[in-house]
Design a protein. Structure first.
Length: 205
């Protein structure tokens, strides 16, 4: 058999072996381990309420009222007062376009957006504009962060309790239950997962 043929056959055998190992066996092994050990996370940390999928605990989402005219792209979304509201998102919480606004601290557009949000949040929650937390005014780097600060969650307790006819103490207790500690015990600040908190509030009696 000519040398060139033997060389090509050897290369083909190596290709087939590596394809089986790296393209079939290894993915199946990792998928099997992930499903057996971390099935919830491997499947997207899906959150269900009343048997229906309502989101992912890893991704923030909007809690807005339905549009009056769904076909009007210029109609501004209106937050639903029955829900805890997330922090702003530069990409409207679209998972396929994660990112920030790229506006710097000297941007007039950013300053105007922050001031407008401060006034809107203060009116919506019925609080003093000076008390509105920073995370209610600025988006996260990814635009998909499901967490808000404990301060912002507590600011919304009275509104949510009133809209749902729930005792303020019940809603405040849920905020405490869904408050997560710092990463690794020392990184960042405590936060509240809005998706999980809203699920709990919706199921509260």
């Amino acid at each position: 058999m000519p040398t060139i043929v033997r060389t090509h056959l050897s290369a083909l055998r190596a290709l087939l072996v590596m394809t089986v190992l790296c393209g079939i066996a290894y993915p199946l092994l990792i998928t099997g381990i992930s499903q057996a050990v971390l099935s919830d996370k491997a499947n997207g940390s899906i959150v269900k309420s009343d048997g229906k999928e309502v989101g992912s605990s890893l991704l923030g989402q909007n809690y807005n009222l339905p549009k009056k005219n769904p076909d009007d792209p210029k109609e501004e979304p209106v937050p639903d007062p029955k829900w805890f509201q997330p922090r702003p998102s530069a990409n409207n919480y679209a998972g396929d376009s994660s990112g920030a606004s790229n506006l710097g601290p000297n941007s007039d557009d950013l300053l105007k957006a922050v001031n407008d949000r401060r006034a809107a949040v203060a009116e919506f929650d019925g609080v003093d504009p000076a008390s509105v937390p920073a995370d209610a005014l600025t988006a996260s780097g990814s635009g998909l962060d499901p967490h808000i600060s404990v301060a912002y969650a507590k600011e919304q307790v009275n509104r949510v309790a009133k809209e749902r006819n729930l005792p303020v103490e019940t809603v405040a207790k849920l905020v405490g239950q869904y408050t997560e500690g710092r990463s690794l015990g020392f990184l960042g600040q405590e936060g509240v997962n809005v998706v999980l908190l809203n699920k709990a509030v919706n199921e509260a009696k």
